[in-house]
Design a protein around this ligand. Structure first.
Ligand code: AP5
Ligand code: MG
Ligand code: ZN
Length: 220
């Protein structure tokens, strides 16, 4: 099963991808995580994408599509995965469809996690991320058991550089301009499912799971 999680910055894509991939035994593929790992390593890709990420801008499609295609060739993505943060532009969505059809496969469902803007700002300003495994926490809604340490791997928690107020504003603008049109793209294909992302984390996961189980409930 190939599942896309769509939503604005802070909507809960990473949080839900982590939970759903665990439940279904599917790989969690996040272009943002792949880019952040490259920036940490300071390798060629990291040096290329750092400036875009710091400004809250999208990495050029050509680079993003290449990185994603390589990741999809991994043995853990042969029969499915949860895509978090990809596609983000119509060009990326079309490239994904092309790659999938060359493999004789298709995207099953794009789940849109809907959250109002004021809530997004609160979530991003209180977010902490694990440096090792990238698991997201929130100082109010989902704090770690031990302050500053990841529950899953013990890694150090840090705040993302692009979670600064001005950068968040830019990321939201980019989202509404370039990514929101994808809702229409997947809706026209009959593949869009909407989930109320304001609910508690477990409640959102439950609703996503029921959409995955019942393809017929997808909304247009
Ligand atoms: P990326 O890493 O994908 O960031 P994003 O889309 O801005 O989304 P976030 O990771 O900020 O939010 P999220 O939806 O994952 O929320 P989370 O689960 O953490 O991209 C970063 C950058 O990389 C981009 O700006 C761009 O430069 C580049 N990039 C990446 N992909 C690209 C692409 N395809 N093309 C081009 N460039 C690309 O949750 C947020 C917080 O809320 C957490 O603290 C969490 O604990 C909390 N929370 C989650 N759910 C709930 C809930 N239900 N109730 C209360 N709190 C909750
Ligand atoms: Mg994320
Ligand atoms: Zn961790």
């Amino acid at each position: 099963m190939f599942v896309i999680l769509l939503g604005a910055p802070g909507a809960g894509k990473g949080t839900q991808a982590e939970i759903i991939s665990g439940k279904l035994g599917l790989a969690h593929v996040a272009t943002g995580d792949l880019f952040r790992q490259a920036v940490e390593k300071n390798d060629m890709l990291g040096r290329l994408v750092k400036g875009y990420m710091e400004k809250g801008l999208l990495v050029p499609d050509e680079v993003t599509i290449r990185v994603l295609s390589e990741r999809l060739n991994g043995p853990d993505c042969r029969t499915g995965c949860i895509l978090d943060g990809f596609p983000r532009t119509l060009e990326q969505a079309r490239a994904l469809d092309k790659t999938m059809s060359e493999r004789g496969q298709a995207v099953d469902v794009a789940v849109y996690i809907e959250v109002p803007e004021a809530e997004l700002l609160k979530r991003l300003s209180g977010r902490w991320i694990c440096r090792k495994c990238q698991a997201p926490y929130h100082e109010v809604s989902s704090p770690p058991k031990v302050a500053g340490r990841c529950d899953k791997c013990g890694g150090e928690l840090y705040q993302r550089a692009d979670d600064k107020k001005e950068t968040v504003r830019e990321r939201l603008k980019v989202y509404f301009d370039q990514t929101a049109p994808l809702l229409d793209y997947y809706s026209k294909k009959g593949k869009l499912a909407r989930v109320d992302g304001r609910l508690a984390i477990e409640e959102v996961s439950g609703r996503i799971m029921s959409h995955l189980h019942a393809g017929s409930t997808r909304t247009k």
